[in-house]
Design a protein around this ligand. Structure first.
Ligand SMILES: [Fe+2]
Length: 268
């Protein structure tokens, strides 16, 4: 059995910065960390699928590291459009899986389900891409392990969710090539992303593809608006990817927080 909790779009900002005063992202992350710490069993891994900080500042990564210090489970960090690769590597220099080189991509190979974490960032842009180099890296990773159930993770969803301004700034290049790679990779059981701050699910390359909401603020479900998006104080949620050999990979969407038991029901 393997259990991976996916969190996304933490957007940790500096204390008393304009967004910190409105959203309090670090406080919300602290609630998420406490919630994960209460999960039974404990996850084998926490995967944070990008936008770890809000303004690409080194000081924000230092605050993020302090917030994550209480997390009991091991965590793997990915980059999104709000991230700075060099600051991430410098502050999390004890995270040995973070590679040198132009892209922050890596695999997780020690669980029953494999994770291939991609880097879809275009520095300075909201939208993302998978360029030829990154697609070649993914193709090589897929070829080296064809039997193990595999999750492919990237920050920018390669499929539209219907919210116009988010779709326009999702994976803007490399999507069709990714789709054809996945269509040939039968071991891929899930494609997961973040970025859109709400959950939606579709088929992509013949695989079940889904987005993970934010630990902080969500983006309104509004498929008619064309001039922007609204930031919502909707409940924080996370994805829990549970792999058991008999049932394969099952993904749960779970609310983050302390929710009381109403009635405890015993069943035979
Ligand atoms: Fe985000």
């Amino acid at each position: 059995m393997s259990m991976i909790v996916q969190i996304s779009d933490l957007h940790v900002s500096d204390p008393d910065s304009p967004s910190d005063r409105i959203v309090r992202q670090a406080d919300r992350l602290a609630r998420a960390v406490a919630w994960i710490n209460r999960l039974r069993p404990q996850p084998d891994l926490v995967l944070a699928s990008g936008d770890l900080v809000d303004q690409c500042r080194r000081s924000e990564y230092e605050r993020l590291k302090a917030e994550l210090a209480d997390l009991r489970a091991p965590i793997r960090l990915m980059v999104g459009n709000h991230d700075d690769r060099d600051h991430l590597r410098a502050v999390f220099d004890d995270h040995d899986y973070l590679p040198d080189g132009p892209f922050v991509h890596y695999t997780v190979d020690h669980l029953d389900v494999r994770v291939i974490a991609l880097d879809s960032q275009i520095p300075g842009e909201i939208g993302g891409e998978l360029c030829a180099r990154r697609l070649a890296w993914l193709e090589a990773r897929l070829a080296e392990e064809t039997a193990k159930p595999t999750i492919v993770a990237l920050h920018h969803p390669p499929f539209p969710g219907g919210i116009e301004k988010m779709d326009a700034h999702s994976l803007i290049r490399g999507g069709p090539a990714l789709e054809s790679l996945l269509a040939r990779a039968g071991q891929v059981v899930r494609v997961v992303a973040g970025h859109v701050h709400r959950p939606f699910t579709a088929m992509f390359g013949g695989r079940l593809a889904m987005t993970c909401p934010s630990t902080s603020h969500q983006i309104a479900f509004d498929i008619e608006r064309q001039d922007g998006v609204a930031i919502m104080d909707e409940p924080a949620q996370a994805l829990l990817h549970l792999y058991r050999p008999a049932s394969g990979l099952v993904t749960h969407l779970l609310p983050i927080g302390d929710h009381p038991v109403l009635v405890d029901v015993k069943l035979d």
